[in-house]
Design a protein around this ligand. Structure first.
Ligand SMILES: [Fe+2]
Length: 211
């Protein structure tokens, strides 16, 4: 018999930088609430849903938990990716945020879009058009072997592509600083995107599978 499932299986990952490290583009207040409150809530609810699922005895009970598993599991996955794909801004001499160095990712972006600026424009226009809450992604499509801009609704994780960069388009990610001006948030976020992390994910996605 297997042991009783733990209700704390998933835990909130630490941020790889201080709460104020992304200023002036993302305020300390937003980062603190977003990480300590919003992400923690997804973690807690995912643990609760998994525990309830493990204890469920009928298909009907298990089906009733699917939505909670998807929403909170997606929230945990997406935010865990998001923190890592941000970095203190290079423009403020704080870190590598916003700096796309020469390398395989830059080559791929330039060959697909012509320049990073054109990718940003497409990304911002596509994600600004999300109705309600969701996520904007630069993803790698394994079928077409191309980078593509895609979106997912609510907390749906990106399953059709390997995520290279993900941006939280929920109001809780920007409202305290940018109010309803989503376009300003989308312009600012590029100044704290960790392209080193994005390149790492890109290299992994395009490498042949390990034996
Ligand atoms: Fe969020």
């Amino acid at each position: 018999m297997s042991a009783e499932p733990e209700s704390t299986q998933h835990t909130l990952p630490d941020l790889p930088y201080a709460y104020e490290a992304l200023e002036p583009y993302i305020s300390r207040q937003i980062m603190e609430l977003h990480h300590k409150k919003h992400h923690q809530t997804y973690v807690n609810a995912l643990n609760a849903a998994e525990l309830a699922y493990a204890k469920a005895t009928t298909p009907k009970e298990r089906i009733a938990l699917q939505a909670a598993l998807k929403f909170n599991g997606g929230g945990h996955i997406n935010h865990s990716l998001f923190w890592k794909n941000l970095a203190p801004p290079y423009g403020e001499r704080k870190g590598p945020g916003g700096l796309l160095k020469d390398g395989p990712l830059k080559v791929a972006i330039v060959s697909r879009w012509g320049s990073l600026e054109v990718l940003k424009k497409e990304f911002n226009a596509t994600t600004a058009a999300i109705q309600g809450s969701g996520w904007g992604w630069l993803g790698y499509n394994h079928a077409s072997r191309q980078l593509e801009v895609v979106t997912t609704a609510n907390q749906d994780p990106l399953l059709s592509h390997t995520p290279i960069i993900g941006v939280d388009i929920w109001e809780h990610a920007f409202y305290l600083q940018y109010l309803n001006v989503k376009a300003d948030y989308l312009n600012a976020i590029w100044l704290v995107i960790n392209f080193e992390e994005a390149e790492k994910r890109y290299i992994e996605a395009t490498s042949p599978p390990k034996l």
